[in-house]
Design a binder for this molecule. Structure first.
Ligand SMILES: Nc1ncnc2c1ncn2[C@@H]1O[C@H](COP(=O)(O)OP(=O)(O)OP(=O)(O)O)[C@@H](O)[C@H]1O
Ligand SMILES: [Mg+2]
Length: 254
């Protein structure tokens, strides 16, 4: 499998006037093209920092990060999906979807056509004229993902994108977003606090420790890879994986 993301012995230290805080220590992993990689770990351990490194917003103190074989700040191939959908209330949904294209000065007509195709495909036909406030939380998240997809990123970075949604909506949106990522052949890194969600969506899950953040274990979800989230939850392997990840999170050994 072609490697799209590579982190090699990455360390990151935040410096303030008074102190140095090591946040990441010796983080190495790769993500293949089309693969969904999960990151789970305690609050404040460094998950968002890892996404920032992959997107090129920050650079490692030592070690290296590559996306499609290049330093990420040089190739700009990732798109973000965040906890809050960040849709602008005064713009229509289409206006929101076209925002990135406007900023990047891309051909708006082409992007609009692509957006219409995606809205139709993902059960949102007609919402382009409406405003975000007229949509449910789950629909807003799908519009937010389409806004990212129209820019044709090769990598999608998801930072707890479902944590603001109620439980039932969340189950639905996990399934919808999984389908969208798979159908569009996206490579993704998915940060979550929720072990269930990680096993439902991902091909592999990296379990992280904190202070500093290290990789304790990378758990393969291969046994369930062919299934969508709603079917995975019904399998006995699901519970075994849940137990493996939870035990790893709780263990002191690295
Ligand atoms: N700009 C910064 N300067 C100094 N320290 C920072 C900075 N940004 C983050 N940190 C620290 O780095 C650590 C990791 O932060 P990060 O946001 O990556 O954690 P996280 O795993 O995403 O947390 P959460 O689960 O709460 O979202 C935290 O201890 C945080 O306080
Ligand atoms: Mg975070």
């Amino acid at each position: 499998m072609e490697e799209l993301i590579t982190l090699d012995k990455v360390c990151l230290t935040y410096h303030t006037k008074e102190s140095e805080t090591p946040v990441l220590s010796d983080i190495s992993f790769t993500v293949g093209k089309g693969e969904l990689m999960g990151l789970v770990g305690p609050s404040g351990c460094g998950k968002t920092t890892i996404l920032s490194l992959i997107s090129g917003i920050i650079k490692p103190t030592t070690g290296s990060v590559f996306t499609a074989g290049q330093p990420p700040e040089k190739c700009d191939i990732s798109g973000y999906m965040l906890q809050k959908d960040e849709l602008l209330p005064w713009r229509t949904n289409m206006g929101n979807i076209l925002l990135g294209a406007e900023i990047k000065k891309l051909d708006k007509q082409k992007i609009r056509e692509k957006a219409m195709r995606l809205l139709e495909k993902y059960d949102l036909a007609g919402v382009e004229k409406h405003y975000p406030s007229q949509l449910s939380g789950g629909m807003r998240q799908r519009v937010a993902l389409i806004r990212t997809l129209v820019l044709a990123p090769q990598i999608i970075l998801l930072d707890e994108p479902f944590s603001a949604l109620d439980f039932q909506t969340r189950l639905q949106v996990v399934g919808d977003v999984y389908n969208m990522l798979r159908e569009e052949g996206m490579t993704a890194v998915f940060v979550t606090h929720d072990i269930n969600e990680a096993i439902s969506m991902c091909d592999r899950v990296a379990v992280l420790s904190s202070k500093p953040c290290r990789i304790k274990k990378i758990v393969s979800v291969e046994a369930l890879n062919a299934l969508p989230p709603s079917k995975r939850r019904l399998k006995s392997e699901f519970l075994e994986l849940y137990d493996e990840i939870l035990t790893t999170m709780q263990s002191d050994t690295e």
